[in-house]
Ligand binder design. Structure first.
Ligand code: 4NP
Length: 151
């Protein structure tokens, strides 16, 4: 299973999601991989936001090797699941491809923890809600693993 985490800038939410899921993949000995990307290119090549790096470190995760990149059409072939943090990311992803197989890979990540509710991971860039983001993503990744491994 190859999973792509997607937010707007690929410096706050999706790098944390990648770090959290990477850790759980190791813990569960799964042969999965995870990457992250943004729908916008403002921060391409940059490290995650220092507040995301710090929040990850609070939970013993190191995300300093990550670099921001923009989502590419090739990602729709490469990945099995493309997980959007919010409705705007979801809509931008849907608009990138007209192929129904591609489009069906795009899901709202919090629908794993809140099925059918289309809840969003709030953008913490301006309001500093990184602990809340961490908790939402941690739970969603647990539910994702439970669902996809049938445990
Ligand atoms: P992210 O957060 O999408 O979670 O990486 C943001 C990062 C940068 C900006 C907005 C949101 N920005 O406007 O530069």
């Amino acid at each position: 299973m190859k999973i792509l985490m997607v937010c707007l800038g690929n410096i706050c939410r999706s790098p944390l999601a990648q770090g959290i899921l990477e850790h759980k993949i190791k813990e569960h000995n799964l042969s999965w991989s995870v990457d992250s990307a943004g729908t916008a290119s403002y921060h391409v090549g940059n490290q995650p936001d220092p507040r995301s790096i710090q929040k990850a470190a609070d939970y013993k995760l190191d995300i300093t090797n990550q670099r921001s990149r923009k989502v590419d059409l090739k990602d729709f072939d490469e990945f099995d699941l493309i997980l959007a943090m919010d409705a705007s990311n979801y809509n931008n992803l849907q608009n990138l491809s007209e192929d129904p197989t591609h489009r069906s890979k795009v899901k709202m990540i919090l629908n794993y923890s809140y099925p059918g509710e289309n809840r969003q991971v709030p953008d913490p860039y301006y309001d500093d809600g990184f602990e809340n983001v961490y908790q939402l993503l941690d739970r969603a990744c647990d539910k994702l693993i439970a669902k996809e491994t049938n445990c």
